[in-house]
Design a protein around this ligand. Sequence first.
Ligand SMILES: *Cc1c(COP(=O)(O)O)cnc(C)c1O
Length: 515
Amino acid sequence: MPAIWERVWTGWKFEELAFEIFSLYIDSNEIPSKDLKDIVGRSYSTFRAPDVTPLVTLDQEKQLYLLELFHGPTFAFKDVALQLLGNLFEYFLLRKNGNKPESERDHLTVVGATSGDTGSAAIYGLRSKKDVDIMIMFPEGKVSPVQEAQMTSVLDKNVHNVAVDGSFDDCQDFVKELFGDADIRRTHQLAAVNSINFARILAQISYYAFSLGRLFQDGRITAHSKVRFVVPTGNFGDVLAGYFAKRMGFPIERLVVATNENDILDRFWKTGYYEKKPIHGQQANGGFVQDGVKAHEDGVRETFSPAMDILVSSNFERLLWFLAFQVYGEGLKTVEEKRAEAGKRVKGWLHELKTKGGFGVESKVLEAAKMDFESERVSNKQTIGMIKQQYTAQIPAARKDASTGTAGATNHGKYILDPHSAIGVAAALRSIERAPPPGTTHVALATAHPAKFSKAVEKALENEKDFQFRDLLPEQFIGLEELEKRKYHFEKSEGIEGLRRFIREQVKARSNSDT
Ligand SMILES: *Cc1c(COP(=O)(O)O)cnc(C)c1O
């Protein structure tokens, strides 16, 4: 039995297990163990729950559990990865810079675009870190008030919030343009925090392992149980970490990809076609335009679960690579040949995606994808219905250790799901129909605290007499809107020249004020 198993089954703490997993992939020549342990410890000390990512029993009979990933500083699961990433950036810079004078120090400018959660999680991961500036661009008026307040109330000098008079895609385009811009790269070393950053994926493997360990310790599963994880999915980062956990050998029978109405991934698993607009995979409830749903011209729908409103998932090509390796590499002799073949296939698919808006895979590739995954699409209406249904079901309150201070999300013994987590639970209930207890145990991932997404929660529970939204608010949210804020406005029309100028001025002003 590999050592890591013993750690999982013998009840290691989250931090200990995370350290053990990261150590498998981070060479101790790169980061000495003692330092890595310290980084991991600091990264998860900011979480409010003693278990870091506690498990809640949602339905004992159905063997359905909820893995709460939202006990970090910004109340969404992205903290699990970005707290670590911030400390890693800082570590490498400090090591390089030592006590050098300001003029000789290496300096990093982290840039990112956000439609909500990534921005605040990245800002909380990097605030006040030495030798790093962080600039987050977001579409003015299009992120939720709580999300905006979480970002703009961070007044540390190295944090630069930039509201753009445009869409999320405009922000994203600016970030991409910056990375390709020779002029800014001549003076500034840029770094990214988006979800394809591999350190983020690595960090997320830890909670799959940790929750399996907890279930085992509590006698809910044995080493031979079938366990399914159900993951509310947008850019495919979270569920990809689950896939890597499975490939590492953790006993995961299947991963269930749960999408909202932006369902490109669900259509892939149902039809084998990955298309921006559904041509081959028509949904039961109609085509692309639906009453009361705003669709952008590029095809992204605005739903109650905005963090999953994506047209194309940037991490999905990583899975495609593994599938191609497995399927088309079969007849080839060396690993190098297999890799080259996988790379060629993925390149071809992505080329079709770009030029034709989609591609289809051969049935053997789809079959391979179905060995590890299933998928579900949960509509807006079903999302609201699920929040309500779960609220009405009295559950044995959250585990005691999960309810200290932050109270998971219980209200008088009732559980309140955020809309993203509700999509996971709705998908889990469907998966349970296909793979019922006692044979199979389900773990749905809860990716955000419901107070972050008031619109959906208030709509779902508007007729519940004992429900008051303000009872749900964590203390950290109270008065958030009144705090002092700082943000900059950036006009799209100023273009890349304007943005370059802005970055240079901001970083210079910050470093002057430091010394
Ligand atoms: C980012 C996010 C997701 C989607 O995660 P991916 O890794 O992009 O699939 C789901 N829920 C919430 C609350 C998020 O912030």
